[in-house]
Design a protein around this ligand. Structure first.
Ligand SMILES: [Zn+2]
Length: 336
């Protein structure tokens, strides 16, 4: 099959192989069990909402407005005003910008339907700002400065609404980006397409070198190298890294270093020109984050707190794997 495979309603990972296996019963005797399933697939129409999503497909943002009370619905969930005895509503074109109505939460641990999309940010955008009464548009929020971090999507933030280049007719066809991040010449463009922005490879933030942080880097390197040396063949720790191959450049206020993951092994070394090109760069002011990680802390927590900077979603699963290491090593040692 050519091109991208269609995304399925039930991801493949949720399936089970057809097989019979053995299980021990409460009476201590062996029993057989087989894998099976129970599911219902169905199609659901958007009903009256279709018109709104069809407009999104055409890169237009519309609302329904009541001629009697003036309320604007966005998404246009109904074309008959519930407040005015179901008076017919008219279509209004809405501007591709808005104001964030409330500080938006960041989802780091999504439900099954959104696996692979986290961390993501979703908020309510006031689009029909001139209407007397209006609903808020719920949509994804993205930044051109890396993965979403606390402090970016705060109440009152002015947003540009951007359309995906390929649209299906879902609310994910549109997303908000802070207006200040949009190049001036694109701010009034309607529709503005995602491909016009640099969302994939954001510029790496500059980290100021501070002599006072050098010792912290030295001890972080020592701690990480000590941990790397404990990852032996056939252990839990090795399994955490199995199948991964990464070169990560880390820039800190105390200096730079590289993390290499290959064939279940971890290597941490001061930056050298001989290191192969990095898959991605992460930055943090204080290198002590890495000493804390080795001591059982968490790199993904440091991302959630906005301390550790990551460029994109693809970088996040690597951190989960790294976060498991200190505990796996401890358990490997306990078993010895
Ligand atoms: Zn009305």
């Amino acid at each position: 099959m050519k091109g991208k495979e269609k995304e399925m309603v039930i991801p493949r990972d949720f399936n089970l192989p057809k097989e019979v296996s053995e299980v021990r019963g409460q009476d201590g005797k062996p029993y057989l069990q087989f894998n099976t399933g129970m599911l219902t697939l169905y199609k659901q129409t958007y009903g009256e909402l279709s018109r709104f999503f069809m407009a999104l497909r055409e890169a237009r943002l519309i609302g329904s407005r009541c001629k009697t009370c003036g309320q604007v619905m966005v998404p246009a969930a109904s074309w008959h005003c519930p407040n005015c005895n179901f008076a017919e509503m008219e279509e209004v074109a809405l501007p591709h910008r808005g104001v964030l109505a409330a500080t938006a939460p960041i989802t780091f641990f999504p439900s099954a339907s959104f696996v692979g999309q986290a961390p993501f940010c979703r908020g309510y955008v006031d689009v029909a700002t001139e209407a007397k009464i209006a609903s808020f548009l719920p949509c994804r929020l993205r930044t051109t400065t890396g993965i979403p971090r606390p402090g970016i999507f705060v109440k009152g933030l002015e947003l540009k609404l951007v359309f995906e280049d390929k649209r299906q007719g879902t609310i994910l066809d549109i997303f908000g980006v802070p207006m200040v991040e949009i190049p001036k010449e694109l701010r009034k463009k309607e529709p503005l397409l995602a491909s016009a922005l640099n969302l994939k490879a954001p510029p790496v933030p500059k980290i100021k070198a501070e002599a006072a942080l050098k010792p912290a880097l030295a001890s972080a390197l020592k701690a990480m190298q000590g941990m790397a040396a404990k990852i032996k063949s056939g252990t839990r720790a090795e399994k955490d890294l199995a199948g991964r191959k990464h070169v990560i450049k880390v820039k800190t206020g105390g200096g730079e270093f590289d993390i290499k993951i290959e064939r279940g092994k971890l290597a941490v070394n001061g930056s050298s020109p001989r290191t192969p090109a990095a898959d991605f760069t992460m930055t943090v002011e204080n290198p002590a984050v890495f000493s804390k990680w080795v001591a059982g802390g968490s790199l993904s927590d440091a991302v959630m707190e906005g301390e550790l900077w990551l460029p994109n979603l693809e970088a996040f699963p690597v951190l989960y794997a790294l976060d498991r290491l200190p505990r796996s090593i401890r358990r490997d040692q306990e078993e010895k």
